[in-house]
Design a protein around this ligand. Structure first.
Ligand code: FES
Ligand code: FES
Length: 152
């Protein structure tokens, strides 16, 4: 069985897994990192959105071999100790979550957007393709704008 070494939320991990095992399976089932959610498994719902070297990716369609030597960040790695990321603060202020299932992915997508674009337009925000079955899109938009202003 091939061995894979990479960083998850700042800690080096080594796992034995087939090269083509989806990174989401490795995170959730082998490493117990359960923030990234399983929804579709085919890069549609984006519930699993996490970051690879700081960029948003959907680990349900990323083979574990692609993570070798790289940095994976999940929702668990976003806060700085007890200090929440501004996007997490804004999410709480706007009371965004309903059932919460999609929210780790939504937050990770929002953080990636704000890294690319400091002042995202409604169009930029609406281009986030993460699905929310509870329909929290309006509050997500408000929270992203609030986070953008907090991060100025
Ligand atoms: S589980 Fe749906 S995009 Fe990954
Ligand atoms: S909060 Fe329920 S799916 Fe988005």
């Amino acid at each position: 069985m091939p061995s894979h070494t990479f960083s998850v939320n700042g800690k080096s991990v080594t796992v034995d897994a087939p090269d083509d095992m989806p990174l989401l399976w490795v995170l959730r089932d082998l490493l117990g990192v359960r923030g990234p959610k399983y929804g579709c498994g085919i890069d549609v719902c984006k519930a699993c959105t996490s970051h690879l070297d700081g960029r948003a990716m959907n680990p349900c369609v990323v083979p574990v071999s692609d993570a070798d030597g790289r940095n994976v960040t999940t929702i668990e790695g976003l806060a700085d100790g007890d200090k929440l990321h501004p996007v997490q603060e804004a999410w709480l202020d706007q009371d965004v979550a309903q059932c919460g299932y999609c929210q780790p992915g939504q937050i990770m997508a929002a953080v990636a957007l704000l890294r690319r674009t400091k002042n995202p337009s409604d169009e930029d925000i609406d281009a986030i393709a993460n699905v929310c079955r509870c329909g929290t899109y309006f509050r997500i938009r408000e929270a992203i704008k609030k986070a953008a202003s907090m991060m100025q």
